[in-house]
Each structure stands twice: as structure tokens, then as C-alpha cells.
Design a protein around this ligand. Structure first.
Ligand code: NAD
Length: 482
């Protein structure tokens, strides 16, 4: 894939496309057919060093000198530029991640929306005045951390860059972004858009490469003052340990095993699309995927049948054919997902989706699989599979539902489906999750809504206004004037 507006084999450092110091590249695969899409830069420590120096230079120069209003206007211009290229970005993302074109397009629109939201917020962040001793005036200032590191995964590059880099820039930080080695074309395209829209050189730097090389170098860098990481629990532990050595704050957005809890009195027709889509969207490779469906016994048979019927209508195909579901990201991911399915009892399979005819041999296709009658302790109900596999788990009453829903190591998103208002409130309070939806499910959506986890799902909040607090430091000024 040849692009004229950015160079996939280079890093973006100080506003220019620069070959990695080591001169090496890595192949980028199209998961729909296994073909090579591009060669991307294999950035290492030396490239990260240059990116951090460039970011610090931006803070000391034009970017750091901008007013909040000016920063906001730059982000707004970037938002408009993303929308102008929305079809192009969608095509890149579909080819790179394997997601159906309409989902890739929705991600590009979400990136623009993040930039719009945070661009508009720049000049609306206020400190406080605090009553103190006689003769004092005390106030607080929200200041940027400085250089922020952003390590993102391959599943939703545009959305995660929007919420993380967008909020960091809004607060006046200068960013160094390490996209995932499996999918990074839209990250690079975003860099080109930012430069074109007038983001000062060095405010955003991008160093592609391997996690253990460029990622580890960025998370351990002494010139970085905050790390935002989205990815797996095991990598999150390494990032937090590296940040601890430099005593800097981290935001960890990790995995999940998010439940939807359906009571006997729920509107099943309204629930059905949310129950299924939240499990199969992006081929289940979504941190907030709803992989557990808890169903009260009175509607268990009926709802299981409805979900199974929907699964049988779903078709998996190439991203560009824009069907319901695309391939998994890689052969490795397919092995992981198939490992869970091969270890699970085949008799518990309620339904599987269908693969389209004539799919390319090199694509990583997997038929979404729905299980019923799963025990809460079963691996299907405990482990984050990160593929389109959902487990239906029966429950007796509210207490039983809460025990099962809260019975994993994770706590990212949960939903409750019931017409009983008092139960809605009780469940929302007691569900262990960073976000709870009542009679809906917002997997990943909602630019305005603070998002993040508890337990192994991570800590810190991105999205919404809350993210701006995370990407800033509060300074207290106490003036004694007598
Ligand atoms: P991963 O942790 O392997 O990779 C994520 C990023 O970290 C990549 O850019 C990778 O290069 C980098 N990385 C890998 N090893 C590193 C190291 N030692 N030091 C520094 N950086 C390193 O995760 P993945 O398999 O690519 O993504 C899937 C996981 O991400 C799932 O567990 C999923 O739930 C989670 N995820 C969470 C969210 C969220 O918002 N909570 C969103 C998307 C994905």
C-alpha cells in the first residue's frame, strides 16, 4: 500500500518523517488475506530518545507558548482535517485491523469527535480559589505534566489515540506515541494530519516498533512525565513497574470480562442487539466486549434461543466486503481464541456464525461462537478471550447475579437490563465496574463518558472531562499579602 501523505517506514519526529536510527523495518500484515500492507519503522531506544527531546523542545518553544484558546483551535483544525479524510482513514484501518469498513469509518468519526471535544475543552478548565487564613489568597492551577508517553494497542487505534493523545494535547502536554506493531497506519496518517493542520513541530511524535523495544524504552524514559497505556494486563504490569522506577503517574486501560445482566422483567427485544453486538463487534477484540451474558432463569430458554437465532444470521468476511464481522488480527490471536474453544465442551455450543464463501486462505477467520449453560468458574466465564466468544450463564436472583457478575478479576463495564427502577439503582451501585449501563450497553462509545477500570482492568480514567484532570498536575498557590 503506497501512501503519498505519510511515509509508513519512518518515524514522525519534530514534525518531520525520519528513518529509524537502526534502518530496520517490520512487515505489516493485512489480516483479511495475509498479504503485506507496508513496511513500518522498527523504532528503538535511540529513536525514542530523539522523540522525547523533540517533545521537550516543543514544550520549551512554540507549543508551550500557545494559549489554551490557540491550542483548542489547533485541535479543532485537526478534527476537521480528520473528517475530510474519513473515507481514506477508514480504508486504511479496515485493511490494517481487519474491521468491516463501516466500523472503521465509525472509528475515524470518533477520532474527529475526540479532537472536537478536547479542542472545545481547552479554555474551559478552571482552577479554584480556596478560603484560607486571614491575609492570604489561595488558588489552584492545572498545568501539563510535560512529555507524555502513549502506548496503544491494535484493536481501536484511532479511538484510543483520540481519547489519549487528544486529551494530553488539550492540557498542553507534548506527546510521544508508540502505536502497535500489528496495526499502525492510521496512527501515522494522524501524525501527517496533525502536521498539516498546524500542530507545532514536536508536540506529537510517533515511534512505531516492537513493544519490548520502542515500547519498553518509552515507558522507562526519564524524560517522560506521564504514561498512558492501553493493552494487556501482563504488559500493563511491566509499564507500571517501569513508571514506578521514575516515580511518574500511569493510566492503565487493560482488559475485561464485562457482564450484561438480564432479569426476567427485561425488554428482551430491546436488549438483543446490544447483547450480541457487544460480543462480536471488532471480532470480539474489544476491551469492553461483553463476553458474559447473565440471564435470570425465567427467561433463560427464550433469550438463549433469540441470541442463537441472531448468531446464525451473522456472516464473517473480508474487511472490505463490509459484512458483520471481519477476521481476527493475526494467526497468533486466532490460535489463542481457538485454544479456548477447543478446550470447552462442544455440547455447550448454542450457535455459531457463518464464514462467507471463498475467503482467502491467508486470512485469520474465526466463526463467532455462543455458549450456553456455562458455570461461573469455567474458563469461558473467567478469562478474557479477546475473540467473538460469548458465554450465557444462568442465575436465580439479584444476589446470585451480583456474585457472578463481580466474580472475576476484572471490572471494566457492566450493564443491567430490568424494568424495575429500584433494582436498576441497587445493581448500578453494587456492580464492580468503571462504567455501568442501565437498559443499554455502550461498548467503547461515548466520548463524553469517563472510562476506565477497577481491579485487573486497570486504573485512571480517560475520555470525558475526567481525562483532562489525569493529564494535568494541580498546583496550589498561596499568596500572603497581609
Ligand atoms: P499488548 O499489551 O501486547 O500491546 C499493547 C501495546 O503495548 C502495543 O503497542 C505493544 O507494542 C506495547 N507493548 C508490548 N510489550 C511492551 C513492553 N514490554 N513495554 C512497553 N510496551 C509494550 O496488548 P495487545 O495484545 O496488543 O492488546 C490486547 C489487550 O489490550 C487486551 O487485553 C485488551 O483487553 C486490552 N485493551 C484494553 C483497552 C481498554 O481501554 N481498557 C482497549 C483496547 C485493548
Amino acid at each position: 500500500m503506497s501512501e503519498t501523505w505519510f511515509d509508513a517506514s519512518k518515524c514522525l519526529i519534530n514534525g518531520a518523517w525520519v528513518a529509524p536510527e537502526g534502518g530496520e523495518t517490520l512487515p505489516l500484515e493485512n489480516p483479511s488475506d495475509g498479504s503485506e500492507l507496508a513496511q513500518i519503522a522498527r523504532g528503538r531506544r535511540a529513536d525514542v530518545d530523539k522523540a522525547v527531546v523533540a517533545a521537550q523542545g516543543a514544550l520549551d518553544g512554540a507549543w508551550g507558548a500557545m494559549t489554551a484558546l490557540e491550542r483548542g483551535r489547533v485541535l479543532m483544525r485537526m478534527s476537521v482535517a480528520v473528517l475530510e479524510k474519513v473515507d481514506h482513514l477508514a480504508a486504511l484501518e479496515a485493511a490494517d485491523v481487519g474491521k468491516p469498513l463501516k466500523q472503521a469509518r465509525a472509528d475515524a468519526v470518533a477520532l474527529a469527535r475526540y479532537l472536537e471535544f478536547y479542542g472545545g475543552a481547552c479554555d474551559k478548565i478552571h482552577g479554584q480559589t480556596i478560603p484560607y487564613l486571614d491575609g492570604y489568597t489561595v488558588y489552584t492551577l492545572r498545568e501539563p505534566h510535560g512529555v507524555t508517553g502513549h502506548i496503544v494497542p491494535w484493536n481501536y487505534p484511532m479511538q484510543i489515540i483520540g481519547r489519549s493523545v487528544g486529551a494530553a494535547l488539550a492540557m498542553g502536554n507534548a506527546a510521544v506515541l508508540k502505536p502497535a506493531e500489528e496495526a499502525c497506519l492510521t496512527a501515522l496518517a494522524f501524525g501527517a494530519i496533525a502536521v498539516e493542520a498546524g500542530l507545532p513541530a514536536g508536540a506529537l511524535n510517533i515511534v512505531p516498533g516492537l513493544g519490548a523495544e520502542a515500547g519498553a524504552a518509552l515507558s522507562a524514559h526519564t524524560g517522560v512525565q506521564h504514561i498512558s497505556f492501553t493493552g494487556s494486563v501482563s504488559t500493563g504490569e511491566l509499564i507500571q513497574a517501569a513508571a514506578a522506577r521514575n516515580v511518574i503517574p500511569v493510566t492503565l486501560e487493560l482488559g475485561g470480562k464485562s457482564p450484561q445482566v438480564v432479569f426476567d422483567d427485561a425488554d428482551l427485544d430491546a436488549a438483543l442487539p446490544f447483547l450480541v453486538n457487544a460480543g462480536i463487534q471488532n471480532a470480539g477484540q474489544t476491551c469492553s466486549a461483553s463476553s458474559r451474558i447473565l440471564v435470570q432463569r425465567g427467561v433463560y430458554d427464550k433469550l438463549s434461543g433469540m441470541m442463537a437465532a441472531r448468531y446464525k444470521e451473522l456472516v464473517v468476511g473480508q474487511a472490505m466486503d463490509d459484512l458483520d464481522i471481519g477476521p481476527l488480527i493475526s494467526a497468533r490471536q486466532k490460535d489463542i481464541v481457538e485454544g479456548f474453544v477447543n478446550a470447552a465442551p462442544a455440547a455447550r455450543i448454542l450457535a455459531q456464525a457463518r464464514l462467507a464463501e471463498g475467503l482467502p486462505q491467508g486470512g485469520h477467520y474465526f466463526a463467532p461462537t455462543l455458549y450456553g449453560g456455562i458455570d461461573p468458574d469455567d474458563p469461558l466465564a473467567q478469562a478474557e478471550i479477546f475473540g467473538p466468544v460469548q458465554a450465557i450463564i444462568p442465575f436465580d436472583d439479584e444476589a446470585d447475579a451480583l456474585r457472578i457478575a463481580n466474580g472475576t478479576a476484572y471490572g471494566l463495564v457492566a450493564s443491567v437490563w430490568t424494568a424495575n427502577g429500584a433494582r436498576q439503582m441497587r445493581m448500578a451501585k453494587k456492580l464492580r465496574a468503571g462504567q455501568v449501563f442501565i437498559n443499554n450497553y455502550g461498548a467503547g462509545g461515548g466520548v463524553e463518558l469517563p472510562f476506565g477500570g477497577v481491579g485487573k482492568s486497570g486504573h485512571g480514567r480517560e475520555k470525558g472531562f475526567e481525562a483532562l484532570y489525569g493529564f494535568s498536575v494541580l498546583k496550589t498557590v498561596a499568596a500572603h499579602h497581609g
